[in-house]
Ligand binder design. Structure first.
Ligand code: DGT
Ligand code: CA
Ligand code: CA
Ligand code: ZN
Length: 577
């Protein structure tokens, strides 16, 4: 372990002491750890060398006393410090991420956590957007705005943006560009059109109108921070959140070719170009050519057709076998947003949702849904106000009462039951059997070694009341890696038990991810696409879940919430008799 790693551990210790404020000497200790941290960072020699030299002592480093010297020794010898590990267990790890944001120190993180239960960057952003931070002691509207700005800066450090950020920006820009007289089409291409979970830059294609006027208008978009290119057929800008947008102003005659080219993926395009070449043709962003003669350019369909292929949905254009299937006319019929008939994960005011059962049901009805499953948290998830056995029963009663008020939609009583550290469930079977459908998910101890996590999930799948495994890998897009477990074993067990895997459509999660969804499909496992809505507008997340499922080659028949209600219920693992 090098100096920098040791310094990082000390920094975390200082931060956790300040967040907890429970050690009687926390202030004194936190200052000591900070001081040692700075001193170690700038120390010209390797700590390991000093520790190994019998004639020297670590205490010769300024700010390092006997106690900290022992910690350094332990870190160098074992790779970790017990004290640090013990402290880490006392707070959600994501709080350490929050304090990386400019202007948010341990004190603020503590305040937000204790007062509003904020654990993650996304919760922090949501609270700031909802104006809930300004009410806290020492906060104001101004400081709340500063936090929102800082969060944007933090996000851009990764260089990629979440799918929903890209989608929303594309919608906004498209509406803006349509203000130009004569503009006909504004279509997103690139990774957004392919539905990738993150997007590097936005690619927009525009036809109609006077290109020069469109370009002039575009650079005046209020959120433009910098104009990178302003040419005759291309404008590139950087937005205030650092997202780059490439806009191409196209002749409608070559729109299909441009859409095909700029949608990518690059791998898919390379394969298509080679295919064209084998036929003595040339494929470019302007069209498919035989010498100077255009064979196809106006629509994507024409281009694929000329190449002897069925039109390939953008989400699977990754050169992963789709071209061969398109040639044989054997492409999967991917699930579509319009196929979705209900949503099987959502939270209400009973736990950490914002709205009542009735309000959720009303909104679902507006979307044309035939059923919803209410899945409030169980008691182990204290941060989400999870329900104990008694409150769970009351919630079932509340859901049943809502059925009388909101007609024309099935309102099922469920729960998102926490899978405890040892794989047992947070409700006894007597409670579990009361639910129409129970889904189970992991919310704690996500750093378990892979072996343990695998056993934990397998044990949960053995409980006959578990019908769905919620957000199966626990990852957060751009923020938290999936936890370690043996996908093969867990997926095979789910298949054997008839447990459905969730594709959580919340764009922060998208869990299963596209690759895991494909793995499930290849094994013949059914999925459910659920939004995990905490308020009615979150039902809109369904589109991201559908995109992800499409990237995983899922067809309508593979997705149980495309079924009518009776068929859905009949498709679930049967209840024990
Ligand atoms: P991103 O922006 O990193 O999320 O990913 P994309 O796929 O949007 O990539 P981008 O914006 O660099 O380019 C958009 C599309 O343009 C890409 O998917 C395929 C096409 N394209 C870009 N560069 C090349 C290239 O060198 N060769 C080929 N065949 N296609 C390219
Ligand atoms: Ca792009
Ligand atoms: Ca681009
Ligand atoms: Zn959950």
């Amino acid at each position: 372990m090098g100096n920098r790693e040791v310094a990082a551990v000390f920094e975390e210790i200082g931060a956790i002491l300040r967040i907890l404020q429970e050690d009687p000497k926390w202030q004194f200790k936190a200052v000591a750890y900070d001081r040692a941290k700075r001193s170690i960072e700038s120390y010209p020699e390797r700590l390991e060398d000093i520790a190994r030299d019998p004639n020297r002592k670590l205490t010769e480093i300024p700010g390092v006393g006997a106690d900290l010297a022992a910690k350094i020794k332990e870190l160098i010898e074992t790779g970790q410090s017990q004290y640090h590990q013990d402290l880490l267990k006392k707070i959600p790890r994501s709080l350490l991420e929050i304090i990386q944001v400019q202007g948010i120190g341990p004190q603020k993180a503590r305040l937000f956590y204790r007062e509003l239960g904020i654990q993650t960057l996304d919760q922090l952003r949501a609270a700031a957007q909802a104006g809930r931070l300004r009410e806290l002691a020492g906060m104001s509207e101004k400081s709340e705005q500063n936090i929102l700005k800082a969060l944007e800066v933090f996000e851009r450090a990764t260089g990629r943006f979440r799918l929903d950020t890209a989608y929303d920006t594309a919608q906004e820009l498209a509406a803006y560009i349509r203000e130009v007289k004569g503009v006909e089409r504004v279509e997103p291409a690139g990774s957004l059109r392919r539905g990738r979970e993150t997007v590097g830059d936005l690619d927009l294609l525009v036809t109609g109108g006077d290109p020069a006027r469109a370009a002039d208008h575009l650079v005046k978009f209020p959120r433009v921070a910098q104009v990178l290119v302003k040419g005759e057929d291309k404008v590139s800008v950087k937005l205030a959140n650092d997202m780059q947008v490439d806009v191409r102003l196209l002749d409608p005659e070559s729109f299909g070719a441009a859409l095909q080219y700029f949608t990518g993926s690059k791998e898919h395009n390379v394969a298509l170009r080679e295919r064209a070449k084998r036929r003595g043709w040339k494929l470019s962003e302007y069209g498919l050519f035989e010498g100077d003669k255009v064979i196809a350019s106006r629509t994507e369909e024409q281009i694929y057709k000329q190449l002897g292929l069925a039109w390939i949905p953008p989400e699977i254009r990754e050169n992963m076998g789709e071209i061969e299937l398109a040639e044989k006319g054997d492409l999967p019929h991917l699930v579509e947003l319009e196929d979705i008939r209900g949503d099987l994960q959502m939270h209400t005011t009973a736990s950490d949702g914002r709205n009542s059962v009735e309000e959720m049901a009303d909104e679902a009805k507006k979307l044309g849904y035939k059923y919803i499953l209410i899945t409030d948290h169980s008691k182990a998830v204290t941060i989400a106000n999870g329900l104990d056995d008694q409150r769970a029963l009351e919630n079932i009663a509340r859901i049943k009462a809502a059925r009388k008020k909101v007609k024309g939609i099935e309102i099922w009583a469920g729960a998102e039951v926490d899978i405890l550290g040892d794989g047992s469930l947070d409700y006894p079977d007597e409670i579990l059997k009361q639910f129409d459908i129970a889904l189970a998910s992991v919310h704690s101890r996500m750093t378990q070694p892979g072996e343990e996590m695998t056993e934990r999930l397998l044990k949960a799948l053995r409980n006959p009341y578990v019908r769905i495994l919620g957000h199966p890998t626990g990852r957060y897009v751009l923020r938290r890696d999936p936890f370690n477990f043996d996908h093969e074993r867990v997926f095979n067990a789910a298949k054997k038990a008839g447990v459905v895997l969730e594709v959580n459509a919340n764009p922060e999660r998208l869990d299963l991810c596209d690759r895991d969804t494909k793995l499930a499909r290849d094994k013949g496992i059914k999925v459910v696409i659920s939004t995990d809505a905490h308020q009615p507008k979150h039902f809109q997340f369904m589109r991201y879940g559908v995109m992800t499922a499409r990237r995983g080659w899922m067809e309508k028949k593979d997705v149980i919430n495309t079924y009518p209600p009776e068929k859905l219920l009949a498709s679930l693992r049967p209840a024990p008799t």
